[in-house]
Ligand binder design. Sequence first.
Ligand code: ZN
Length: 283
Amino acid sequence: MTHGTVAALKPERIAINQATTRKQWDFREAVEGYARHGVHWIGAWRDGIDKYGIAEVKRLLADNGMSVTSLNRAGPLVGLDRANRQSALDDARRALDQAAEISAGCLPVLPGSLPPGSKDLSGVRTQYQDMLAELLVPARKAGVPLALEPLHPMVAADRSCMNTMTDANDLCDALGPGIGILLDVYQVWWDTRLEAEIMRTGKDRGRLLGFHVSDWLVPTRDMVFDRGMMGDGVIDLRLIRGWVEAAGYDGPVEIEIFSSLDWWTRNPEDVVKISLERCRTVV
Ligand code: ZN
């Protein structure tokens, strides 16, 4: 078992995704708030750029010694008619430019899924691969890796037609350099192939672009907005971190808790404090 041998998580590797304090703090407050607690990696959302402008965003990041793990996000790309598909690609190109400007580690690309009335899941999956191939051209030029984040199959009909680490690894194999994987434990913890597919990312150094942590509550009351605090659910976080590190990943470990029912209603200072404590004790 890798379990017993996983070293304590170094505090300098901890990142917080803005989603974690989404209802309490805007971009500036999140950057300043996380920095106050000694965190110097942020998973940023594009609405911060919309609100403050790219120059002010860069200044806030620099003033707080903050680096950006990823810029959320491009997409959805599939299940759209021709006109909307073009505007989704144009928007994704703008996201690439923004990600390059703020030196984000990667740009996640949300797939989307079935258009209204359709049952053609394999069709939208093929379409997603084609759209990624198209987006890879400017992504390679910009030097920003595209990140595939498989989402739990319970959202396969609407949010994401890509649902497993196997699918993500297969896409990376098919598409070549400039694309990698964001592993979010909430999405993939249940998968019998998880360890094997994490090891598969290690064969191509750099394929794993990020590692998101939260927990799976029993019961889960909302598919998207009821993620648990690390340690409150059933995911063996340290075991999975051990696999990720055995595969060669030594990048940021990112707290990402979507929780309209609980953590978004709490004092954000407490949310950050408790998150950091749980990183020490259970991640
Ligand atoms: Zn995530």
